[in-house]
Design a binder for this molecule. Structure first.
Ligand code: UDP
Length: 328
């Protein structure tokens, strides 16, 4: 199978692309390197430099690689906080870039599509863990942009028989178990890499965004899922698409507080990692924990690395051996 992976030079996209290559698939990565890194692209994947905003460039990829029969769409602006400051960038670009991709996919006869979606669809969950029946209330323009794309996919399925899966990730973390690919955002905003940068001596301390939430220690609870387990979910979803479109929430079903995560980072690195409490970050719900029963039941998905310690160990292995990330 030939699979077009947009954002395949980014954190999650590059690790899914690595897994696809290992499974013997032909992978074409399309990325504008605005957030991704050229050296994150697996050497056996084809790399096409291009921007989804450029419809002509998108068309050319499908023309150059007529064997493409599935698309995995990772390329996106992904920061909740930034999306509140720049709503047009998120509601504009994430949606129109996705539409460019979808229009060209449909025009070239592609009918299989996997969308990276998000837990930010669930800003005010009524039940925890959060399953697919939960009411969708996006927490930001970022979450709304993913919701709009999910709705567009719903209509493409009805009209063209376009088969899609949307995977709503909770907190992706860790690195590829080979140690070759990991998280390198610039600027970094995520808890685990920021905390590990303190252990590396690149930062003095980590700031805890609020300790007055209604949780066991007052800090936010999140469900951290190993990026390699996310990758497996993509592969299973792709193989199941011919049986119909589907929507899954993806996490481990277990929540950890910010303080607990920092403590695990201290244990794994052996570094004291100073932490201080700061104000809440706008847009952060107190608790986000997924129920992934549906994907377990329907596709037999089983996380290989469900425990937080292993997730942090893999992340640490990557950061320790790549203290400046991809360095490009
Ligand atoms: N967080 C924090 N300090 C930081 C970065 C993140 O306390 O420097 C908290 C954040 O408020 C959230 C959790 O850590 O509750 C995970 O945040 P992250 O940005 O890693 O992922 P998100 O939940 O936004 O997808």
């Amino acid at each position: 199978m030939s699979i077009l992976v947009t954002g395949g030079a980014g954190y999650i996209g590059s690790i899914v692309a690595e897994e696809l290559v290992k499974e013997g698939e032909h992978v074409i990565v399309f990325d504008n390197l605005s957030c991704g890194h050229r050296s994150a692209v697996h050497p056996e994947a084809v790399f096409v430099y291009g921007d989804l905003a450029d419809r002509q460039a998108v068309r050319q990829v499908f023309e150059a690689y007529p064997t493409i029969d599935a698309v995995m769409h990772f390329a996106s602006y992904t920061l909740v906080g930034e999306s509140i400051e720049k709503p047009f960038q998120y509601l504009g670009c994430n949606v129109t870039n996705g539409l460019n991709l979808l229009q060209e996919a449909v025009a070239h006869g592609v009918r299989r599509f996997i969308l990276s979606s998000t837990a930010n669809l669930f800003d005010q969950p009524e039940r925890t863990p959060i399953d697919e029946e939960e009411r969708i209330i996006p927490g930001s323009p970022y979450g709304e942009s993913k919701h709009i794309l999910e709705r567009i996919l719903h209509w493409l399925d009805r009209i063209y028989g376009f088969r899609y899966a949307t995977l709503r990730y909770f907190n992706a973390a860790g690195a590829s178990p080979t140690g070759e690919r990991g998280e390198d955002h610039r600027p970094e905003t995520h808890l685990i890499p920021l905390t590990l940068q303190v252990a590396l001596g690149r930062r003095d301390k980590v700031t805890i965004f609020g300790d007055d939430y209604p949780t066991r220690d007052g800090t936010c609870v999140r469900d951290y899922i190993h990026v390699a387990d996310l990758a497996q979910a993509h592969i299973l979803a792709l193989r199941a698409l011919d049986g119909g479109s589907r929507v899954y929430n993806l996490g481990n079903g277990q929540g950890f507080t910010v303080k607990e995560v920092i403590e695990v980072c201290r244990e794994v690195t052996g570094h004291p990692i100073p932490a201080e409490v700061g104000p809440r970050r706008p847009g952060d719900p107190a608790v986000l924990v997924a129920s992934s029963e549906k994907i377990r039941r329907e596709l037999g998905w089983q996380p290989r690395y469900p425990d937080l310690r292993t997730i942090v160990e893999h992340a640490w292995e990557w950061h320790r051996t790549h203290p400046y990330g991809y360095g490009d």
